[in-house]
Design a protein. Structure first.
Length: 357
């Protein structure tokens, strides 16, 4: 089965062609991504209208690039997938419209994919791939969640953020330190030159006993430190504050993830989403999991941020599991707000049959 996937939920246009073999193993045949970061940097964040217009310009050239890279044609495509949500409405409509129109022209089914499910399953593109069941730490954009994952579409929410997500804490702190957009990677780079012990920052909900997160208070603490420093925010002060912020975020994410493993009794942890590329987080999780005999799986570094490969993969795995509610009539919608837990299997769907393409 060959799946052409389109991702356009926010500020990255991604297209990929993926093949799911008879053994259930995915193989990425071609992948291309365009980031709008430089365009939005001048505004300090994503401008939705500009994002939508840029997706329109990029999506078809990227699709042609992917097919050429894979040595394939549109006739080789069995299923066309797109991000249905969550995300920016206008941006979602671009990818969805192109994908559904293309599927209709080819006489192929189209499938709308949950953006977060794409992230959640992206570690299956790494080697070795995880096995169900596992605990998942999903840290993507405005989402920070811990889930128990028993299979495709079988997700139990264990904990989530009650205000700011980890990615937002990185980005907002970076903005306070004048690091521009996108802030998370820039803050992590600056933290390499800082002393995290120079500032004492809170670890919100670290000792709460539950698996929920809260990072709004940390952002406020950083803001107060910046105000106290006033005009004395030199390079070293900024590096130290970046290091202290990163340490606080990572400490909470790691502690809650290990607690989730303990409570579920599972021995596998999957980390997905942009923050999953953070090397401090990876090191701390690997060390903590090693102490309790668990293993951590990550997507390839290049696929931590939004991309078309994860959308194609999620569609392929849904189709193979019999969970693909496809369309052939050209009708579609998008869901800018869409809880991941709505995808959970119920009752009669416990033993689905694979989809016939």
């Amino acid at each position: 089965m060959k799946v052409l996937g389109f991702e356009s939920s926010c500020d990255e246009t991604g297209v990929a062609l993926l093949e799911l073999g008879a053994d259930g193993r995915p193989r990425l045949l071609g992948e291309a991504l365009h980031s709008q970061a430089r365009m939005h940097e001048a505004y300090g964040g994503v401008v939705p209208e500009l994002a939508s217009r840029d997706h329109i310009r990029r999506v078809l050239p990227l699709a042609r690039q992917v097919l050429a890279q894979a040595g394939a044609t549109l006739a080789d495509v069995d299923l066309v997938a797109y991000t249905r949500g969550p995300g920016l409405a206008g941006a979602l409509l671009v990818g969805a419209g192109v994908a559904v129109a293309l599927a209709a022209a080819l006489g192929r089914p189209a499938l709308g994919v949950h953006h977060l499910e794409g992230h959640l399953l992206s570690p299956f593109l790494a080697e070795p791939a995880p096995q169900f069941p596992f605990v998942a730490l999903l840290v993507s954009g405005g989402h920070t969640q811990l889930l128990r994952v028993d299979g495709v579409g079988r997700y139990e929410l264990l904990g989530e953020t009650i205000d700011d997500a980890a990615g937002e804490a990185f980005d907002k702190t970076a903005k306070l330190l004048g690091l521009g957009y996108p802030g998370g990677p820039a803050l992590a780079r600056l933290a390499d030159f800082g002393d995290e012990s120079s500032f004492s920052l809170p670890r919100p909900l670290l000792a709460s006993g539950d698996l929920d997160f809260s990072f709004a208070g940390l952002k406020t603490a950083v803001l107060n430190q910046v105000k106290r420093l006033g005009s004395n925010v030199c390079y070293q002060n900024r590096a130290d504050l970046a290091a202290a912020t990163q340490a606080a975020i990572v400490d909470v994410l790691a502690a809650k993830s290990l607690r989730a493993l303990e409570r579920t009794g599972l021995e596998r942890l999957v980390v997905a989403g942009g923050v999953g590329a953070n090397q401090r987080l990876r090191g701390q999780l690997d060390a903590g999991a090693g102490r309790v005999g668990a293993r951590v799986h990550y997507p390839p570094l290049a696929l931590c941020t939004d991309n078309g490969a994860m959308i194609a993969l999620a569609a392929a795995m849904r189709a193979a599991s019999g969970l693909a509610q496809t369309s052939r009539d050209g009708a579609f919608d998008v869901r800018p707000r869409w809880p991941l837990t709505e995808l959970t299997l119920q009752g009669a769907a416990e033993h689905p049959a694979p989809m016939a393409l």
